[in-house]
Design a protein around this ligand. Structure first.
Ligand code: COA
Length: 341
């Protein structure tokens, strides 16, 4: 079908095209299987598999931090894009688990890859962070501010997981994914539409209560696991489906496409039941979704970035394909983008 972008304040402006010219990803070596988890908390492989679809997740090594994983993913993306790190003008790291409060993890990545001409900042939008960062990157590129931006989603969720809470610890894992976004001439394939959104009214259904200035970790509260993920699973589940459906429709509408035009959907990798519900409501076969959560669990901001890299490198997405990426996370936050690959 010939695409006819809907008129909107954004599509009415002359736009520079923004292409993804390289992707990369990295997951730590250590695998934590459901069987191994069931020796740590009261759970079973059967419960985790049927309720979530997750079979195993990766856990960062001692001394391996978010910036280390982000750097490995970034270097793979740089290599595929065939650029020199000195060409990168902006580095965005989406993460809920920065190495430190400050400096930004993006600055640490900058140092490690030698992209010394770049401006650097972290993006805090929980699991939706990678697509928030893609939106920021494309705004800078379409406005002629920068030509080349490195976008990374990286997480060491194992560092904020309560390993005694079976409600949450079975869900999460560590890893990183990256993409190089670049203007490579008008008419080039690339990002067609983006949509981001938030609803702070639901801030308390997925959050980490401790460790910030509101509740610093002290000797007195250190045993309360306040510096770990707290979640109302059922509420998040419900909100996730609503948010991802709405976001998918927005990005498609803005792109002037229908779901039938999409060759591959790359969704946030939280729970296969959430993905099945979305496939059902959008009336598209589950086979159109790229799913790797069975191997990695939910790696938050890294999840779609890793999935995009795998789909790209395995040939699951091909030149000319329309790809829909859609995510949600704590905040609540949600985001979607349609890309002509
Ligand atoms: N192993 C075994 N039993 C478990 C368990 C585990 N790991 N975790 C919870 N249970 C138990 C509960 O205690 C509950 O027992 P009870 O009925 O005796 O109280 C029972 O299983 C059912 O729990 P429930 O919460 O109803 O399960 P669910 O079908 O809603 O699935 C989630 C739970 C967390 C998998 C699901 O709600 C979910 O995926 N939510 C979204 C989470 C998410 O995506 N978070 C990240 C957002 S970016």
């Amino acid at each position: 079908m010939k695409r006819q972008p809907r008129s909107s304040p954004r599509s009415a402006k002359p736009r520079r095209s923004v292409s993804i010219v390289g992707t990369g990803s990295y997951v730590p070596e250590k695998i934590l299987t459901n069987a191994a988890l069931s020796t740590m908390v009261d759970t079973t492989d059967e419960w985790i598999t049927t309720r979530t679809g997750i079979k195993e997740r990766r856990i960062a090594a001692k001394g391996e931090h978010t910036s280390d994983m982000a750097t490995k993913a970034a270097l793979a993306a740089i290599e595929q894009a065939q650029i020199d790190p000195s060409e990168i003008e902006l580095i965005l790291v989406a993460t809920a688990t920065p190495d430190m409060y400050f400096p930004a993890t993006a600055c640490l990545v900058q140092q490690k890859i030698g992209a010394l001409k770049a401006a650097c900042l972290d993006v805090s939008a929980a699991c939706a962070g990678f697509l928030f960062a893609v939106e920021i990157a494309q705004q800078f590129i379409t406005s002629h501010t920068y030509d080349t931006v490195l976008v990374i989603g990286a997480e060491k969720l194992s560092s904020i997981t309560n390993w005694t809470d079976r409600n949450t610890c079975v869900l999460f894992g560590d890893g990183a994914g990256a993409a190089i976004l670049r203007h490579r001439g008008n008419g080039a394939h690339g990002v067609i539409s983006t949509h981001i959104g938030s609803d702070g009214q639901y801030a308390d259904i997925l959050f980490m209560p401790g460790g910030g200035c509101r509740t610093p970790i002290t000797r007195e509260n250190a045993h309360q696991n306040l510096q770990t993920i707290h979640m109302s699973g059922k509420e998040v589940y419900k909100q996730a489906i609503t948010a991802m459906l709405r976001a998918s429709k927005k990005a498609l509408d803005q792109a002037g496409l229908t779901i039938d035009d999409i060759a591959c959907v790359i969704p946030h990798q939280a729970n296969v039941r959430i993905i099945e519900a979305i496939a059902d409501r959008l009336k598209i076969p589950l086979e159109k979704f790229y799913v790797n959560l069975d191997r990695y669990g939910n790696t938050s901001a890294a999840a779609v970035a890793i999935a995009l890299d795998e789909a790209n490198r395995s040939g699951r997405i091909k030149a000319g394909d329309y790809v829909l990426m859609v995510v949600f996370g704590g905040g609540l936050t949600w985001a979607s983008t349609v890309i002509e690959w």
